[in-house]
Design a protein around this ligand. Structure first.
Ligand code: PEP
Length: 250
């Protein structure tokens, strides 16, 4: 059985003092919920405070992005190695906001996944189609392209440790959630795509759903057989909502 995995993406919210306070509230609220893996992704600036606050808790810390390179003349970038040294465990890679607003192409995403492995961070690889792509019947083509680029050059053992987040772009931050069946269908496709590797890979890879997940809709999504967790944006900033989502997963 795959262990559920709920991650909260705080995006560009919460300065360090506020992030520390939110981490403290979540630490208290979630301390008994040990049947799922839980992580939060603060801004880079708040990572030291949140790592410190969540040390000795059941909540891990993720970054929202990583640089391709380990170090050097790359103004404004932060490497996977630096994040690892700061106590980060996971990195979100290929989020649709990075792909759409910051030029993260499939090739860049692939290099960022490689950077995670180089540094020992667990990658959360985001994939998902836009509304026009869905309407044109291209969901599987788009997801397959993103998977094959994002997982390129990894061994089967490595792929088996990646978390895939299926995040239909039209459902992110819009309040338009995929129905449990719509989401489960794409998750099932992703798992069948993973069938090109030895069978333990498809069995082990956790596939999160992301896109307007809230306390009120989490149970329906998380009860689907192929949905192993959630990547949560807006609702991750609410202790009540995020707690309800973790509860629904366990
Ligand atoms: C996200 O940013 O990964 C996300 C799923 O956002 P939201 O939950 O706000 O749709």
């Amino acid at each position: 059985m795959r262990r559920p995995f709920i991650a909260g993406n705080w995006k560009m919210h919460k300065a360090p003092v506020e992030a520390d306070a939110l981490a403290e509230s979540l630490k208290r609220a979630l301390s008994e919920m040990t049947a799922a893996d839980i992580a939060v992704a603060p801004t880079f600036l708040a990572i030291p405070a949140v790592v410190g606050r969540l040390r000795h808790s059941n909540i891990g810390v993720a970054s929202q992005n990583v640089a391709v390179e380990a170090q050097g003349a790359f103004t404004g970038e932060i490497s996977a190695e630096m994040l690892k040294a700061a106590g980060v465990q996971y990195a979100i890679v290929g989020h649709s906001e990075r792909r759409q607003l910051f030029g993260d192409t499939d090739a860049v995403v692939s290099k960022k996944v490689q950077a995670c492995f180089r540094a020992g961070l667990s990658a959360i690889l985001c994939v998902g189609e836009t509304l026009p792509e869905r309407e044109a019947g291209q969901v599987e083509d788009v997801v397959a392209r993103q998977l094959s680029a994002g997982l390129a050059d990894l061994s089967a053992d490595q792929v088996s440790t990646v978390t895939i987040a299926y995040e239909p772009v039209w459902a992110i931050g819009t309040g338009k959630v995929a129905t449990p069946t719509q989401a489960n269908d794409v998750h099932a496709y992703i798992r069948s795509w993973l069938g090109r590797y030895p069978s333990f890979v498809a069995r082990n890879v956790r596939i999160q759903y992301g896109g307007s997940v809230k306390g009120s809709n989490a149970a329906g999504l998380l009860s689907q057989p192929e949905i192993d967790g959630a990547l949560v944006g807006g609702a991750a900033l609410s202790v009540e909502d995020f707690t309800a989502i973790v509860k629904a997963a366990t």
